[in-house]
Every structure is written in structure tokens, then in C-alpha cells.
Write a protein that binds this ligand. Structure first.
Ligand SMILES: CC(C)(COP(=O)(O)OP(=O)(O)OC[C@H]1O[C@@H](n2cnc3c(N)ncnc32)[C@H](O)[C@@H]1OP(=O)(O)O)[C@@H](O)C(=O)NCCC(=O)NCCS
Length: 182
């Protein structure tokens, strides 16, 4: 069987699933918004996403048409053409199979080719080795570190700024460079 990773719009029916994923400690502690989210928060988020003036473009990641995670670009600055990247894998049973890497390849294609962004950036906390390794493998570099930027697990932690510009970005060769969902 040939497995496929896809991106689709986030539907209202996805909100409860997204909330459950986002409230899991391994995801919640790695994101800036680390409050426990409620369905009211999710509704506000959905309303903001579906607003035609929205500066966010968020997608459900699917693996063989089943929802497994979320990726997107947020706070798009249309004048300077940059945005922050956001991503998580919610479905742990398919972790480490290259699904998020493939989803981010598709997101980069959308962000650089369709939206015309010039740079994409992220803030990765020092304890988030998987997040840092994933972005590094996609060509992101770190122009700097924000010292003791977040409070997590009872202590202060640095945050690496990470950035990818369209000039550095290499469109993957889909036949060979994208993961094959081992
Ligand atoms: C980071 C995260 C998205 C990885 O999802 P995933 O689908 O399992 O990742 P992939 O299988 O696509 O991994 C691609 C690369 O990421 C890195 N990586 C992923 N999981 C890793 C882990 N547990 N330890 C070390 N590196 C890891 C590796 O470089 C990996 O490549 P390799 O398998 O060829 O070595 C997932 O662990 C997650 O949701 N974390 C919490 C949310 C988060 O940190 N978001 C980012 C905030 S900046």
C-alpha cells in the first residue's frame, strides 16, 4: 500500500480533536500558548481562522486521509512577507515516520510559492530536541537565542530563533527526498 500525507482545511468538527491534542503535556509545553484550552478557546480560534482577514493559514495534516496533526503559518506580515511556523503531530502511533517533515515540505511550498512569503521563522525551546532537529533537517538556521525566554517545568529555558528564507529553501525532489513513512 502507498501511504500519503496531505494537508486539508480545518473543519469545525476537528476542534475537539485539536483541543485534546493541544492539551497533551508533550505538545502544550512546547508551544507559546501553554494554557489548557477549552472548546470556547477553540471556537474563537476557528472563527479567527475562517475570517477572510485572518493572518493565519492552518491545516489539518492527514495520513491516508486520517487526521494526525496540525501545521500552519501564523501572524503573516503581508508587507514584509514573513510568518511564524506552527506544527505538531497529535497522533503518537505514527510518530517518527517522517509525516510532519512531509507536511512541512508541503507547507513550505504553499507559503513560498502560493503566499509569496520571503522568510518563515520559529521559536524553539531549548528542551525541544525533536522540534529543533526537524527544522534543522529542513534547512532552518538559528540566527540567535533568546536567553531564559520561557518558564516551563519549574525553571527558565532559552528559546532558539529559527529561520528559513525562500532564497535558502530548496524545493524537495518528491521522488527521493520526502520521507517514505517507514
Ligand atoms: C516535533 C514533532 C512535530 C515531530 O513529529 P514527527 O512526525 O514524529 O516527526 P518526523 O517523523 O517527521 O521527524 C522528522 C525529523 O525530526 C526529528 N525528530 C522527530 N522526532 C524526534 C525525536 N523524538 N527525537 C529526536 N529527533 C526527532 C528527526 O530529525 C527526524 O528525522 P529522522 O527520523 O530522519 O531522524 C512532534 O514530536 C511534536 O508534535 N512535538 C510537539 C510539538 C512541537 O514541538 N512543535 C514545534 C514547536 S516549535
Amino acid at each position: 500500500m502507498i501511504n500519503t500525507v496531505g494537508l486539508r482545511a480545518i473543519e469545525h468538527d476537528d476542534l475537539r480533536q485539536c483541543m485534546t491534542w493541544r492539551n497533551r503535556d508533550d505538545i502544550r509545553t512546547r508551544t507559546r500558548e501553554n494554557r489548557y484550552l477549552t472548546m470556547a478557546d477553540q471556537q474563537r480560534w476557528y472563527d479567527s481562522l475562517t475570517d477572510p482577514e485572518s493572518h493565519d493559514r492552518m491545516f489539518m495534516v492527514t495520513f491516508d486521509d486520517e487526521p494526525v496533526g496540525v501545521v500552519g503559518v501564523c501572524d503573516i506580515n503581508w508587507r514584509d512577507r514573513h510568518a511564524e511556523i506552527s506544527f505538531y503531530l497529535g497522533e503518537q502511533t505514527v510518530a517518527r515516520r517522517g509525516i510532519t517533515r512531509d507536511a512541512l515540505h508541503q507547507l513550505h511550498l504553499y507559503a513560498f510559492r502560493e503566499l509569496g512569503l520571503h522568510t518563515i521563522w520559529a521559536e524553539v525551546y531549548a528542551f525541544n530536541t525533536p522540534g529543533y532537529a526537524l527544522l534543522t533537517s529542513l534547512g532552518y538556521h538559528s540566527p540567535g537565542v533568546l536567553r531564559e525566554h520561557v518558564w516551563r517545568f519549574g525553571g527558565w529555558h532559552d528559546a532558539a530563533l529559527m529561520q528559513l528564507s525562500v532564497v535558502e529553501w530548496k524545493e524537495p525532489r518528491w521522488d527521493s527526498e520526502v520521507s517514505r513513512y517507514r
